[in-house]
Design a protein around this ligand. Structure first.
Ligand code: ZN
Length: 482
């Protein structure tokens, strides 16, 4: 059967009360697909030869299919641009995590014109657990989002902060095209605080071949970028990092064994309590390079505080000095730096963009949830007030999952504020963080989810516009030429 856009559109418009997302309409293999909305329910409309590959309800000539994982996979077979792909070779890449599964159309609009390859599906195991989603759910939401917008320039899917081979397998089998390995559990942060005598004792207890290897490789001559190390410096670095290096190498080989498509490997050492020194970064990188491990990006723990959903705090000049050294190491080994918790760090973006020459990966996630809460504050004051109070009451519980430092006592009492003031809470650091870390607890509350998701369906254009503005501000500072 031959099918044209016009005949498909005519069939769609014959359905009572239908809204068609016209940018989504596309045809392949005698089959036409589009995203449509009936009331507040979105559906994938399918007509033609491959309709049997999708499950849904026949409505005249058109099949209306729920936005399920299975239907997303069928869609990706017909339209390969809806499937995630490796971003290797793209200089500027950005992780745009979407915990709600609603943000992709806004993200796609926000990146237009900035030359950035987006990683639209990006979740950690912690985020999946807190939202009750799977990697397949996250990728399906991104696939339907890019299809809705008619976006065909490619996107990645990041299994973020994975710690074990089981998690890596789960992410890769679900379709992730990027693995961010979090080595924090194999980094000995206690050793970082040892006295010199404790370093001596612990180092002496390491296997002789480990000690010999590091001493031969790194002592007695200056190293690129970081210069010569003292014996004491090297021993401390070995104690802190050598298990993490072994773990990273073993996970890298494992990915190589099980992958069925290209996978971008990122090494993250950022979720430790201590700042990564250039010497530590260099030795970890050199050890991995010597073993044939080729990361696409590495995330050190940069100086200063990169807390969730608020501005950078710390000395910007110190940050810039360290960042230059980390960039020199990244250049030496041929990978990109990755900046985690990049949401809302506007004061560091100019440095990040300039020092990296636009060859960098930046991750954002939680700020997109806050943009959703901004729409709630603007359009549903009663729901906002209830969510706000809930987040405040559960702040201590939410702090189990995220490190934040703002003081909730600084938040103005919401009962004393009129409705017009409510969006201001999305500008105050203390209320931003309180709302930010409460997302999992809120989404698991039936009263909240039952009101929030229909509200967001009715206000999606306001949400997309907010994302274009807010993510656009990130991109503007990251890419500004002067
Ligand atoms: Zn991180």
């Amino acid at each position: 059967m031959s099918i044209t856009t016009d005949s498909f559109l005519a069939a769609l418009n014959g359905i009572d009360g239908v809204h068609v997302y016209e940018r989504s309409i596309d045809t392949a293999e005698g089959t036409a697909c589009a995203i449509v909305r009936l009331g507040l329910q979105k559906r994938l409309a399918v007509m033609g030869d491959c309709a049997d590959n999708f499950s849904g309800d026949q409505k005249g000539a058109v099949k209306l299919c729920p936005l399920s994982v299975e239907n997303a996979q069928a869609l990706q077979v017909l339209f390969p641009y809806a499937a995630p792909k490796s971003h290797a070779g793209h200089p500027f890449t950005m992780g745009l995590g979407d915990r709600l599964g609603l943000a992709t159309p806004g993200h796609v609009r926000a990146i237009a014109g900035y030359g950035v390859y987006p990683v639209l599906a990006q979740q950690s195991i912690r985020e999946l657990t807190l939202t009750g989603r799977t990697f397949a759910d996250v990728i399906a939401a991104a696939a339907f989002g890019v299809f809705q917008e008619g976006y065909r320039d490619g996107y990645g899917a990041d299994g973020d902060h994975l710690k074990t081979k089981e998690e890596i397998r789960y992410a890769i089998e679900s379709g992730c095209t990027m693995i961010t390995l979090d080595c924090s559990e194999h980094i000995d942060i206690h050793a970082a605080a040892y006295s010199d005598a404790e370093v001596e004792a612990a180092y002496g207890a390491l296997p002789a071949d480990v000690r010999e290897h590091y001493e031969q490789a790194y002592l007695g001559r200056p190293l690129p970028v970081v210069g010569a190390l003292t014996v004491a410096e090297l021993r401390r670095i070995v104690l802190v990092f050598y298990r993490a290096v072994q773990h990273a190498e073993s996970c890298y080989r494992y990915i190589d064994q099980i992958k069925t498509r290209d996978v971008d490997f990122e090494l993250s050492i950022d979720e430790t309590r201590t700042i990564t020194s250039p010497a530590e970064h260099f030795i970890v990188a050199q050890e991995l390079a010597a073993q044939g491990v080729r990361p696409v990006s590495v995330a050190p723990h940069f100086s200063g505080e990169f807390e969730k959903g608020i501005e950078y705090s710390g000395n910007l000049n110190d940050f810039a000095r360290d960042f230059v050294a980390h960039q020199e190491i990244a250049d030496h080994f041929g990978y990109k730096l990755s900046v985690h918790s990049g949401s809302d760090k506007f004061s560091v973006f100019s440095t990040v963009g300039r020092v990296t020459g636009g060859r960098v990966h930046v991750k954002t996630a939680g700020t997109n949830w806050l943009e959703a809460m901004r729409v709630v504050a603007e359009h549903d004051p009663a729901l906002y007030r209830r969510a706000h109070k809930f987040a405040l009451e559960h702040r201590v519980e939410a702090e189990k999952y995220y490190h934040v430092s703002t003081d909730p006592k600084e938040i103005p009492n919401v009962d004393l504020q009129n409705d017009a003031y409510l969006p201001e809470y999305l500008l105050l650091p203390a209320s931003r963080q309180t709302l930010h870390i409460a997302y999992g607890l809120l989404l698991n509350e039936k009263w909240f989810a039952d009101a929030f998701f229909p509200f967001m369906a009715a206000h999606e254009e306001e949400y997309y516009a907010g994302l274009v503005r807010h993510i656009g501000r990130h991109l503007l500072y990251l890419t500004a030429k002067h």
